[in-house]
Design a protein around this ligand. Structure first.
Ligand code: FMN
Ligand code: MN
Length: 455
């Protein structure tokens, strides 16, 4: 694949590329990382990316907005935004067929400077939403190793700064890091991790590939390597036996402590609600390394998180769903609230296989609440068109599949006792396709042959 993201090896190169393509806004005024930075970013949400050149009390600039605009992302990948999901699915497929191993170096840009004193207060970590409980890392990639097999894992976690050398963080129940942590904790051991801030699309996206596409016995760094087109370079850490991303901006090393929980939250989640404050997992920082001139990377809490997760999660799930039900031709997370509503498009050949598509989608994505399946003539990227299909093709008495007491996504306020009801909506036309379901069309006119004014 001709991926521009391959040539963009680090955030400095991203900044240069975005600027050259008129996709970057520089904020020249010094801003406060407490509420002000995110408040400004919110006003630009979905626009060009933002580089805050000066953050009060910190030596480092902050880049935000790399994931909030699909066209910007497509530009970096060198494709049309409509093609982006398929490009990513191809990368996951190529990785599965021929996994590429990362390489381990002694040193790299990310450990040019080893901080002599550990002080998270020096980093421009934003306090995003007004009701948040503290300053949050939102985009840093955690590398951990399976305590039994040593296989590496990539994942992203919200992490709240609670001291000079301390975070509290969220581990999702079904995630691989949670699995590792539980096994380490049962032995009374901490789980060593590196937290990599300021990494490229391939590394963050590989971290968000769902476990249905990247099971626990696979190393997601292989997916990042595939997307970069070359093996990802890792560096050895100073204080833990886990590697870090060589061209990250900052590496925070440390351990998630066993049998200890401390308050984390509230945090403005992707749901549009605050996740409540509760006792959660604790990371003790053992070292911080960085580049000579690092750029701190953040993802604006809320929608941008959904984008960063939804695109690659959809691409990974598509690979899985398509392998089970080949008639499925595309999937898309409805933009309203990623990751809860997945729209599935299919070229139905067998009556009933749309129900298999719904079930395949549910098992491929643990946190999807609603799956709507539509025919090939529906534009799944247009919520109006999807609603049109539901309103004109779904027999509510027969075509709704309710799955009560399924495992819920804890971030969603609808979840009770970790459970909720999942809903499948079959909005496909029954086969053989009756004439009454033929869509109206107009003549497909070539506009270049006409003269217009006022256009
Ligand atoms: C921006 C962003 C924020 C995320 N925040 C969290 C989080 O706080 N806790 C969590 O467990 N997963 C979070 N996730 C989701 C996991 O990173 C994702 O489910 C990943 O696939 C888990 O890796 P695993 O399949 O190897 O367990 C986040 C993902 C993204 C992209
Ligand atoms: Mn994993």
């Amino acid at each position: 694949m001709d991926l521009n993201a391959r040539n963009l090896t680090d955030l400095q190169a991203y900044v240069g590329f975005l600027e050259a393509n008129n996709l970057l806004i520089r904020v020249k005024t010094a801003v406060d990382s407490h509420l002000e930075l995110a408040g400004i970013a919110k006003r630009f949400e979905g626009d060009k990316a933002l580089l805050f050149e000066q953050v009060k009390g910190s030596d480092y600039p902050v880049l935000i907005g790399l994931y909030w605009n699909m066209d910007l992302m497509a530009k970096v990948f060198g494709c049309e935004s409509s093609q982006l999901p398929f490009v990513l699915t191809q990368e996951i497929r190529a990785w599965r067929k021929n996994p590429m191993e990362p390489v381990i170096l002694e040193s790299g840009p990310a450990n040019e400077v080893v901080e002599t004193k550990i002080d998270l207060g020096k980093l421009p970590v934003p306090h995003h939403a007004t009701g948040d409980g503290g300053r949050y890392l939102t985009s840093s990639v955690v590398i951990a190793k399976d305590p039994d097999t040593g296989i590496r894992n990539l994942s992203v976690h919200r992490m709240m700064v609670t001291g000079e050398n301390r975070f509290t963080l969220l581990l999702e129940e079904l995630g691989h890091v949670m699995d590792y942590y539980k096994r380490a904790e049962a032995r009374g051991e901490a789980l060593e991790i590196t937290v990599n801030n300021g990494v490229d699309y391939p590394v963050i996206m590989a971290a968000a590939v769902p476990s249905s596409a990247a099971p626990i016995d696979t190393d997601e760094l292989g997916i990042a390597s595939q997307m970069r087109g070359v093996p990802v370079e890792l560096i050895k850490a100073q204080t833990v036996d886990v590697e870090a991303i060589a061209n990250a901006q900052f590496v925070i090393e440390g351990r998630i402590l066993p049998r200890l929980r401390e308050p984390e939250g509230p945090y403005a989640e992707v749901t549009g609600y605050y996740a409540h404050r509760d006792d959660r997992w604790v990371m003790e920082v053992t070292a911080i390394t960085r580049r000579e001139q690092p750029i701190f990377h953040s993802i604006l809490s809320g929608r941008e998180v959904g984008n960063a997760y939804g695109l690659i999660a959809g691409a990974g799930a598509f690979d899985k769903i398509h392998s089970i039900v080949p008639e499925v031709t595309a999937v898309h997370f409805a933009d309203g609230c990623v990751p809860y509503h997945l729209v599935v498009k299919m070229d139905k050949k067998h009556e009933g296989s749309q129900r298999n598509a719904i079930m395949a989608a549910f098992v491929s994505l643990a946190f999807v609440k609603t799956v709507t399946v539509v025919d090939e003539d529906v534009d799944i990227y247009d919520p109006v068109d999807v609603d049109w299909a539901v309103q004109t093709r779904c027999r509510h008495e027969k075509d709704l599949m309710l799955i009560p007491d399924a495992i819920g996504h804890r971030l969603n306020p609808m979840v009770e006792d970790d459970k909720w009801t999942r809903l499948g909506i079959d909005a496909t036309v029954p086969l053989p396709w009756p004439d009454k379901y033929i869509r109206t069309t107009m003549d497909d006119v070539d506009l270049s042959a006409y003269e217009f004014t006022g256009r």
